[in-house]
Design a protein around this ligand. Structure first.
Ligand SMILES: C[S@@+](CC[C@H](N)C(=O)[O-])C[C@H]1O[C@@H](n2cnc3c(N)ncnc32)[C@H](O)[C@@H]1O
Length: 258
């Protein structure tokens, strides 16, 4: 009989939804990770952009890096935000895409979707919409997206090859994938990868960085840039100890669909 431990993916989904419901509804609580405007500014979000998007979205910002310089979203483009949370990155993308552009945020957590949808309506972001769905099967037409973005989300998926394959499907030929995510220096041991609480905290599901890049390439992307972000840190003792021990870091990445 095998003694290999398995991650319980339905338990994981429930924990991830619970955690990010709290991030939407009670953003000032203590989490394993930082949230909010000081984090966004330290990661490199221009304060002038943050001033132009809903403050309550930024309160619930739980991203791990800045990548909009890599995404280089142009006016009129269609953007897909994978794991849009309370909407910070979707609203920033809308500033770049302009009145003729379109942003579709996809998330599986109702409280995040409800908050982001209300903020888009109140803030007059007519070109931004939020759809319920999984990043493993985003509800968009094949080839309809110019740029897919994602911040701090793909590490949470138990099917990363599936997420990248679906990003390829959603993008038009020549389209870009620009993201920030968590990776590790060394492969995490089972004790960490099977710990759903650490997984939901953006550590347990993190891939070793070379493997992460290879997974993106295997889906059909050309990786253009992969850079390490300083300025992201975990807060709780448990998360920061694991992060130090296994070289858990934030990266920003740009890849192109040929
Ligand atoms: C760390 S938060 C980041 C949210 C947002 N990108 C930001 O920067 O604030 C992760 C988000 O991804 C969503 N999420 C996690 N796994 C998902 C999946 N498999 N499909 C759809 N959404 C997912 C969660 O509900 C949560 O809102």
């Amino acid at each position: 009989m095998s003694t290999t431990r398995q991650l319980d993916t339905s338990d994981l989904e429930a924990r991830v939804k619970d955690m990010y419901r709290e991030v939407a509804e009670e953003p000032h609580k203590d989490f394993h990770f930082e949230t909010g405007q000081p984090l966004a500014e330290r990661l490199g979000y221009p304060p002038a952009d943050l001033d132009r998007i809903p403050a309550q979205a930024i309160d619930s910002f739980a991203g791990v890096g800045f990548y909009f310089d890599l995404a280089a979203i142009a006016a009129g483009e269609t953007v897909l935000d994978l794991g849009s949370g309370s909407g910070t990155d979707s609203f920033v993308a809308a500033l770049h895409a302009g009145p003729d552009g379109r942003v579709i945020g996809v998330d599986m957590t109702d409280a995040q979707l409800d908050k982001a949808t209300a903020l888009a309506r109140e803030g007059g972001f007519a070109g931004v919409e939020f759809r319920k769905g999984y990043i493993e099967s985003p509800p968009v037409e094949p080839g309809s997206v110019d740029c897919a973005i994602s911040n701090g989300v793909i590490n949470l998926s138990a099917d990363k090859p599936g997420v990248f394959a679906e990003a390829v499907r959603a993008l038009r030929p020549g389209g870009r994938l620009a993201l920030a995510d968590i990776v590790t220096a060394v492969q995490l041991p089972e004790g960490i990868t099977c710990d759903a609480a650490l997984w939901a905290a953006c550590i347990g599901g993190a891939m070793q960085r070379d493997g992460y890049r290879q997974t993106i390439e295997a889906a059909g992307f050309e990786v253009v840039t992969m850079r390490e972000n300083t300025g992201y840190r975990f807060i709780s003792d448990r998360a920061s100890n694991a992060s130090e021990k296994y070289g858990v870091t934030s990266i920003s990445l740009l890849a192109r669909r040929p």
